[in-house]
Design a binder for this molecule. Sequence first.
Ligand code: ADP
Ligand code: MG
Length: 348
Amino acid sequence: MFGNVFEVFSKDLGIDLGTVNTLVYTQGRGIVINSPSVVALNKKTGRILAIGEEARQMLGKTPTHIVASKPLTQGVISEFEITEQMLRSFMNQLSADKINVMPRPRVVIGVPSGVTEVEKRAVEEAARNAGARKVHLIEEPIAAALGARLGVQDPVGHMIVDIGGGTTEIAVISLGGIVLRESLQAAGTKMNEDIINYAREELQLLLGERTAEMVKIVAGSALPLNEPIQTTMRGRDVVNGLPKEVVVTDEHIRRAIAPSVRTIVDAVRSTVEQTPPELIADIMENGIVLAGGGSLLRGLPELLEYETKIAVKITDDPLTAVVRGCGIAIEHLDEMQDILVDIDNESK
Ligand code: ADP
Ligand code: MG
């Protein structure tokens, strides 16, 4: 049918350019790319060797002439050209897979709320250089709320807590805008660092980042568990430099990440305390909504609920909420103009 043919030619994109994971949504197909934000480069030639999962596997294992780089830091671009190359490679992958036949799609990209003009323009330019025809930006908490199917444009208060890799973003949303927000560095990557530091100081064990991440996912928790979990951490002995294996329990990991968990809980509480009364009444009725990979930490919703006295729920598939929200925005661009971010001095 001709209708379908035209559909194939009009694939615009929603992109979540995350510190840890980049996801791409295309109209009609849903999420077509879900990949670590990692690029492996040959330093001598400047050539890209691998992108995404393949590059992530190289982290901490590269010889001196290869560098596995994460081009985003705390939600914003820290290495412009590498980000651009990463985006271009994802977009090329879509045309190679015949998913996106349109050569220059329009895109909606999420940016952390509170980014600077320079940071906004960097995202816009990277996407444009990577092949986008028109770039719209959306604040990530709004995208997450859209992805969670909250009535973002209603005169109703919603609280979204997006615990990602680089940052935790706390936001109160009403009428398509952000009323209050807080951004913290206490998030997934910080918890991995907590585990690395704990292992070094308390267990005399040097750990790699990927091991720390694995241990966090296998045994991490915000509250004591009914069924204890045990796992082994493999690394190197601080003292003699030899390989070493230590059996740890959820309690060790909980102690290691406790400061970051505490920081998140305190910031959510303080945001609740600053929320205007009418909005807090809405939030008490609708609950606090969690998104981002960090929201999967065991016991975190329960702890937040206990500390705020407000119901807390994790949105379905929290790792994809932002990109699904970007997808909704690109599919309904006309109705979404008000909630998209303005880019100053935009001459195009
Ligand atoms: P970003 O938007 O910064 O790219 P994501 O929302 O994709 O981040 O979440 C990635 C973070 O979520 C990582 O730090 C990862 O360790 C963490 N994460 C993923 N799954 C879990 C889990 N089951 N428990 C705890 N943390 C998790
Ligand atoms: Mg994110």
